[in-house]
Structures are given as C-alpha cells and as structure tokens.
Design a protein around this ligand. Structure first.
Ligand SMILES: [Zn+2]
Length: 263
C-alpha cells in the first residue's frame, strides 16, 4: 500500500510549496489537492504550469492529482461543453508530467437517477480513454452531497462496471456522513476489486471536516480491517490552514497514526 499525503495539509501554500513542505517533513508520496489552487482563481493555468516547473526544478514527483471539482466546471461537463473536457485533459496531461499515476475526479453534480448514471458513464468513459493514453488511472470519488448521484458506493460500482478501466477513490469522510457503516461500504468496493485510492480523513458524521483520523466518529480499526488486502494508495486528505507549526504536527500525528493502524 502506498501512503500519500494531500497538499491540503498546507492548504494556504501554493501547490508546489506544499509538496516541498511535505517532502521536508519526511513524506515520500504526495497528492496535489485542488484546494491549493482554489484561492487563486483566474490564474489556474499559470499556476498549473508554475507548479510543474517548480516540482521539476526540485526533482519531486507527485503520486496523484485531484482534478478540478468546482460546480461550474462539473456543470459544464454535464452539459457536454467541450471546453470543460479540454480543461480536464489539460489537467491530466499536467498530472502525467508531474509523475502522477492516478487522477481523482468527482461525479457530475446531478440528482440521483438512472439517466444521471448514464450521463456519468458517458463523460467518464471519454475521460478514461484519455487517461489511459497518458498512462493514468482515473478514479471516481464518492461525493459528499447525499442527494446527488455518486454519493453511494453502489452507484460508483454501477458506473465502473459500465466503463472499462474506471476505478474508484473511496472517501472515508464522505462515507461517514452518508452511510451508517463506512467499513461495510469499503469492503463492498474492495471485494469488487475496484479501489485505486482511499481518501482518509475524519468528521463528526455531519460535516465534511477533513479532520485528523481519531478526532471524529469513524471506526478506523474497522476501516483498516476492510482494507487488509488493499494494495493501492491511501491518501491522508486532512485539511490544515493554520500556522505551519500546527500543520507540521498534523503530519507527525498522521505518521504515528499510520504506523499504528495501517501497518
Ligand atoms: Zn476526497
């Protein structure tokens, strides 16, 4: 199992600086969070290029990239706007150039229905083809919003069984808000052999806090049990925006947690 840390652990830093910071904290694998890009709207393309150049200069690679998940972009994808597809492809190319092997994507923000599944299958099918040509695994993540398609593992499995090569990113925190038992849902996806990545973070069962494991209501020992034979990537998608010294302690805590619970 590859253990990665998301750049949102230093969410106020520009993406490349967050990777360097994690590297200096002794972390080996990184996921580029979209959150580090969000506060710098309008400069996204430039920031993506800057990030690529900065990582290259530092000789650092990332393991995975979280593709844009803002509602306007996903709405445009749902409406079949070519610009949105091109933008996702541009991100996947950048991901490949930065060394990533996994690109994480959210489902189209549509109300739950059979046609919403079909719309996702159509868009994800196209993006999987592009991803495969780049040597990337596309992993679709379970959503937080319980009324939207893709918030349940069953819906994701349905999508993945219709799109050859599509894998899943199981977000434990989102599951904790939407289901009674995240470990059971994880086992279901794991038994289907579809999980490429797991997003690990905690919450109180109501809000998407992206908190440290063991500070919310997730039963992490049962989650670890459900992932016993998993050999994909687990990513600590914990958010920290406070003083750097505090975020440094988050990283130290996660290392201790990982040693104790996942190894
Ligand atoms: Zn996530």
């Amino acid at each position: 199992m590859r253990v990665a840390y998301a750049t949102m652990l230093y969410r106020t830093l520009p993406p490349a600086e967050a990777v360097v910071k994690l590297h200096n904290m002794g972390v080996d694998y990184y996921e580029l969070s979209y959150d580090n890009f969000i506060n710098r709207k309008g400069q996204e393309d430039a920031l993506l290029e800057e990030t690529q150049a900065a990582l290259k200069r530092q000789g650092l690679l990332v393991s995975s990239v979280h593709l844009p998940y803002d509602k306007p972009t996903l709405d445009m994808l749902a409406q079949g706007k070519e610009g949105a597809v091109t933008r996702m492809i541009r991100w996947m190319r950048a991901a490949r150039d930065m060394g990533a092997t996994i690109a994480v994507i959210h489902t189209l923000p549509l109300k739950r229905s059979e046609s919403a599944i079909a719309a996702n299958v159509s868009v994800l099918g196209r993006l999987v083809k592009e991803a495969r040509e780049l040597g990337l695994t596309l992993a679709v993540e379970n959503r937080l919003e319980g009324d939207l398609v893709g918030s349940s593992v069953d819906e994701l499995i349905k999508m993945a069984s219709s799109v050859d090569g599509l894998k899943l990113c199981i977000d434990v925190g989102h599951l904790n808000v939407n289901t009674k038992s995240p470990p059971d849902e994880i086992s279901k996806a794991s038994q289907a052999g579809l999980i490429a990545e797991v997003h690990a973070h905690d919450n109180d069962g109501y809000a998407d806090e992206h908190a440290l494991p063991m500070t919310g209501t997730v039963d992490w020992y049962r989650v670890a049990g459900a992932l016993l034979h998993f050999d994909g990537q687990i990513t600590y998608e914990v958010s920290c925006g406070g003083p750097e010294a505090k975020c440094d302690n988050y990283v130290r805590f996660l290392k201790m947690f990982n040693r104790n619970v996942f190894s």
